[in-house]
Design a protein around this ligand. Sequence first.
Ligand SMILES: Nc1ncnc2c1ncn2[C@@H]1O[C@H](COP(=O)(O)OP(=O)(O)O)[C@@H](O)[C@H]1O
Ligand SMILES: [Mg+2]
Length: 296
Amino acid sequence: MSLVEKTLRKLQESGRSPSEAPAGMAPRQTARSESEVPRAPQEHAHGPMVPIERGTLRAAGLLAPQEDLELLVRQYRKIKQPLIARAIGRGAPRSPKGYLIMIASAMSGEGKTFTAVNLALSMALEKDLRVLLVDADVAKPQLSHVLGRGDAPGLLDALRDPGGDVEALICPTDLPTLSFLAAGRSSEDATELLASTRMEQLVAELGQNDEQRVVIFDSPPLLQTTESPALARMAGQVVVVVRAEFTPQPVLLDALKTLEKHPSVSLVLNQSIRTVTSAYYYYGYGKQHAVPAGEE
Ligand SMILES: Nc1ncnc2c1ncn2[C@@H]1O[C@H](COP(=O)(O)OP(=O)(O)O)[C@@H](O)[C@H]1O
Ligand SMILES: [Mg+2]
């Protein structure tokens, strides 16, 4: 049964609209790849220090208002666990390239950047992880601007320089377990660069340089760009953000079709209208069962 059919069936069986779908997640497959390259434990991040200022993030709409924060923290705690399990093999088999996590969505405005930031902050609380947040939305590098790295060298510069060391462009943040790679200086060939074999090589390097590293990619919309499906092919896990009452179902299905062959796709239902702005429901399918939102 295809990914799309499974999604539809789940939604139909529950007899609910997507905004009412139960929270939880599960992979389609968690097989371990024998060919996966073991990664050496090293710590990198050579660029200038990037402060993570909550006020700035909040002003940019990338962090929930103070009154919603507690709910949000609980929800992200639940969302991150299965992703971490597959990323580093904690309590579950490690997924091939599971440490490369792409945050995707069909269209813009669904909450990819919001999700990438909040997931990264939540994962950075884990003592045995080092989180690298990458702004791969090179056409709209909002995250890089908000973090003060709008004109700084980053991903695109690393892609332009085949012999270059991408680690040199990664910035530490004032959170010891979180680092950041900006989108980099744009050029007309940005789309081609992101879909290039150099990108594949670079993405592999990011994971192989540090075995405790989880890489979270903020990305462009799946249906409006060609580089986004290409990035999905390089990622070990894809999290598709679906904004409740916003994304038309045929559009979501078209987006899922671009991921049909991907071994690990999960859906996050964002901004349910049943609660306030930070409300978050999480929905997945596969071997594991969905967990109702709000449960600890
Ligand atoms: N869970 C959420 N709670 C509150 N606001 C959100 C949430 N998710 C997204 N938003 C808001 O929705 C808008 C679009 O989100 P964004 O992450 O920029 O989308 P995308 O990156 O997919 O284009 C932003 O203004 C952001 O503040
Ligand atoms: Mg965005």
